[in-house]
Ligand binder design. Sequence first.
Ligand code: GDP
Length: 447
Amino acid sequence: MFDSLSDRLGAIFEGLRGKGALEEKDVNEALREVRVALLEADVALPVAKDFIAKVKERAVGAEVLRSVTPGQQVVKIVHDALVDMLGGEEAESGLSFATTPPAVIMMVGLQGSGKTTSTAKIALRLQKREKKKVLMASLDTRRPAAQEQLAILGEQADVKTLPIIAGQSPRDIANRAIEAGKLGGYDVVMLDTAGRLSIDEQLMTEIADIHLATKPIETLLVVDALTGQDAVTTAEKFKERVSVTGVVMTRIDGDARGGAALSMRAVTGAPIKFVGVGEKLDALEGFEPKRMAGRILGMGDIVSLVEKASEEMDAAQAEKAAKRMAKGEFDMNDLADQFKQMRKMGGMGAILGMLPGMGKMKKMVDQAGGLDDKEVIHQEAIISSMTKAERKKPALMNAKRKKRVAAGSGTSVQEVNKLLKAHRQMADMMKKMGKGGMKGLAAQMAG
Ligand code: GDP
């Protein structure tokens, strides 16, 4: 199976944990693996080389810190270099509106890249978060129903779209949109241009022509992250003909090729401004190099988790989860989910320490003997060796079953017992937290 960059780097640094000092041999070994991982994750060769050189420079010169493990130190250095390459600490993720309204935002990209969806997502975001009055117009007169598609998305997002007049040219539609924008007092006019399956001269001429006529303050190129290196090539081609001011990278949710983000910034020079993280209209995030680096590395990021929790944890969902937990229905599958999540977020200690209300749980886990990250992997192995029925009802675990599970997971009966105990305590705590606790937690996150 294809390893994602984050899985890959995670595995490399696993081996560095617990070593007393950062030896050059380790650094070299890690960097060799980082390089392979980067190439596999579709980072362009020159970009990967440049990256490795930067990391090596920093790693060799770095003094060994006492407070962190060598593995953590390497992770930190790789992380910082990733942040630099993705655009530095100060991301230019905002859009510019410094013009007489309406500010024109032109969306360009290949067909299927997610251009129309991204147009509606950005319009919704500007309307909701920045209180801008937005008008959208589709200039795609070639693909049947393209204009209707945007109108439907507009309805879903509650964003106005320019009424469709059959037979108009893209230039005419663009002029009409800007005129309507002026008359209607709109802050922003978003132009969704036509796409093609591949770049051709006619498309480029049309886009350059519209660009010249409408003078957009932002020209956003939409690329599909899943196409990896091709996305980077596409970006280079578009940049030759129109001055792209930013990139929207879609389908980051299927993140097998997160490396494209790295290449994109390095090869085109245009900042990534937004990332698409799903099909729904609110599945758009401002691009943050630090967050992206964390995601690529699998170090997790609390900001993203908390934001998501406050935005998406709607009342109904919270209620449902709370009811299950209040009834003590926190089974081994739930626990396995927690472990998976925690490992993604940078380990047990990190997540339990940072989440509001979770300090208590950490204490309980510590009392149950503690869980370091290696143990978490063992614990996950134990859970996956249990049968479906055992996972649903851990009380089924008798001596014979424990022996079988221990053998199956390459652990010991003691370890199986320890996990069962930890689960029992967590389930009890969940039960005690009950409905109020869960709601309280959601409220804390939202606040
Ligand atoms: P266009 O031809 O470039 O205008 O592409 P569309 O906007 O019609 O999008 C093509 C498909 O990709 C649609 O099914 C979208 O729902 C989907 N899509 C767009 N952005 C994302 C994203 O960020 N994540 C996922 N998973 N799907 C996306």
